[in-house]
Design a protein around this ligand. Sequence first.
Ligand SMILES: Cc1cc2nc3c(=O)[nH]c(=O)nc-3n(C[C@H](O)[C@H](O)[C@H](O)COP(=O)(O)O)c2cc1C
Length: 164
Amino acid sequence: MRVLVTYGSKMGGTAGLADMLAAELVAQGIPTDVSDADSVGSLADYDAVVVGGALYATRWHRAARRFVKRRTAELRTRKVFMFSSGPLDDSAATTEIPPTRQVQRLMERVGAREHKTFGGWLPADAKGMAGSMAKEHSGDWRDPDLVKEWADHLGRALQESTAA
Ligand SMILES: Cc1cc2nc3c(=O)[nH]c(=O)nc-3n(C[C@H](O)[C@H](O)[C@H](O)COP(=O)(O)O)c2cc1C
């Protein structure tokens, strides 16, 4: 079994979550690759794909959306899991935040099995619209323990479905 973790990220926070997830899966003995959603090549080697998107105004970063839309047929024949990032507070660590409407639709489109929302990251020196938001909401709300917990859960789900 081989897993691809792919992501759409503007400022790097979601890319970091994808790296953390992949490292945890590898630590469980599951061969896993990580790639920006715009750079994914063939999916032939992968039994499962984890797609992550940064949330901007409740919508996923374009690269993640586009990946799911363009690769729908291939994704429908694989195990797909999705994650979003993320709230700039501790809400993702204290509650289970459901996918936004748009992400829910993407899940339905490819028959994704599960979704997880992780906290986000907004650097204090962000520019443009992100910069105005950073005046009040900057910080790193990505929780490595929560990522590990979900990765452990994913690893078990993948190994059980392979054994079945
Ligand atoms: C303009 C703007 C809009 C945002 N909208 C949302 C949102 O709707 N929901 C949410 O949970 N987080 C929202 N965020 C927080 C981002 O999702 C968070 O900063 C995330 O970690 C960014 O990911 P990236 O670094 O991979 O681009 C927003 C951030 C900015 C700057």
